[in-house]
Design a protein around this ligand. Structure first.
Ligand SMILES: Nc1ncnc2c1ncn2[C@@H]1O[C@H](COP(=O)(O)OP(=O)(O)OP(=O)(O)O)[C@@H](O)[C@H]1O
Length: 361
């Protein structure tokens, strides 16, 4: 399959600028999740890729095919773009057999009967579903239905698969199953998949890389999930991906303190720019560890066992913070009990200028 390149795309609905000089390249044979809050412009970008809307500026190429180029006045019609789509509201049709479902796009193209059957069977083979060719969708598991939807997207020999929130309406177990299915098919076919979601958890499970869009339609970070979690480009990424605690950092005299309803001396070094306060300390729940030697003390409000970790709410002064403790840590340092006062230590802290209106936990 092919790589995808968006170059300097600008798109407006009337006076509402949704995308401005947006650029992104998806490497061939990878799954890239485009993640961002509702309304940031994900669907608008995908519609431009599919040829369903026309940007004002920029170009879109898939492999060596230019699908759109504003300057050169290239705009390949949607039906000729050769992009397979799996949408949330584009599920398999219940009244058609698996083979009929997969054959449908070719029937619409009025291909000869023999060719349709042969290509549909090949697409079913690619997703390991040939033996179900004559089944109806309600005789299949959710994961198998998803494979049929993917086969239907593959049957047109697509250069690229676009999946727009394909699993949003499903229950948690089925979602997990489908993400595995998608990953396995992608690996087997070395497919290029652009996967659109506002669910950062599925993005983390699925992708090779994530493209994080901010509310205003800008691309704020593009990288592997590890890069994004461990080295977030800015506060937006830090806050949007994963769970975070924020604590206001202020200065009085020569000392820095956390303003948590009461002034709690801050024991760690801070970057130079934060040395005068007016910042917030960001720390992930799994980067807070129990340490009886630490001068930072908090009270345990609640503890919940989640199967593979403990989840705590602690009061640090008047502020509630969240802490996650792995089973390994629980075995080595022991669990903390409700009502107990514990020492806590922050690892991997970040400092961001305080938001107007104060910090959030
Ligand atoms: N047909 C339209 N006419 C006018 N404005 C629109 C239209 N479609 C979307 N918008 C606006 O464009 C912006 C981007 O919308 P878009 O659907 O691309 O966001 P999204 O990131 O896909 O959101 P979601 O995750 O909720 O699907 C929003 O402000 C939206 O209100």
């Amino acid at each position: 399959m092919a790589n995808v390149k968006f170059d300097n795309i600008t798109f407006r609905y009337g006076t509402n600028t949704v995308l401005e000089n947006f650029s992104l390249e998806v490497e061939s044979g990878t799954i890239v999740c485009l993640v961002g809050p509702s309304g940031c412009g994900k669907t608008t970008l995908v519609r431009a890729l599919l040829g369903l809307n026309k940007p004002e500026t920029g170009s879109i190429t898939v492999g060596d095919r230019v699908l759109f180029d504003a300057k050169k006045r290239v705009n390949v019609p949607a039906e000729k773009r050769n992009i397979g789509i799996v949408f949330q509201d584009y599920a398999v049709w219940p009244h058609m057999t698996v083979l009929e479902n997969v054959s449908y796009p070719l029937k619409k193209q009025r291909r000869p009967k023999d060719e349709i059957r042969q290509r549909a069977m090949k697409a079913l083979e690619q997703v390991h579903m040939t033996e179900y060719a004559n089944h109806l969708p309600n005789q299949l598991s959710g994961g198998q239905q998803q494979r049929v939807a993917i086969a239907r997207a593959l049957v047109i020999d697509s250069d690229l698969l676009v999946m727009d929130e394909p699993i949003t309406n499903l229950d948690a177990k089925l979602r997990e199953e489908m993400l595995l299915e998608i990953r396995m098919i992608q690996k087997r076919l070395n497919a290029t998949i652009l996967y659109i979601t506002h669910d950062q958890q599925s993005a983390l499970q699925l992708c090779d890389k994530m493209a994080i869009m901010e509310q205003d339609g800008t691309l704020c970070q593009y990288g592997t999930d590890e890069e994004i979690i461990l080295r977030p480009a800015n506060r937006f990424t830090f806050e949007f991906i994963g769970v975070s605690n924020f604590l206001p950092l202020e200065k009085e005299g020569d000392s820095l303190f956390l303003n948590c309803g009461e002034k709690i001396p801050y024991p760690l070094e801070v970057p130079e720019e934060a040395a005068n306060g007016g910042y917030e300390i960001g720390v992930r729940p799994n980067d807070i560890v129990f340490d009886s030697q630490s001068p930072l003390k908090a009270k345990v409000d609640s503890r919940v066992f989640l199967g593979s970790e403990y989840n705590y709410f602690l009061s640090l002064g008047q502020k509630q913070i969240r802490v996650q403790q792995s089973m390994l840590d629980a075995r080595t340092t022991g669990v903390a009990n409700e009502g107990e006062t514990v020492g806590i230590r922050f690892l991997n802290t970040r400092c961001y200028p305080a938001k107007k209106g104060g910090a959030s936990a």
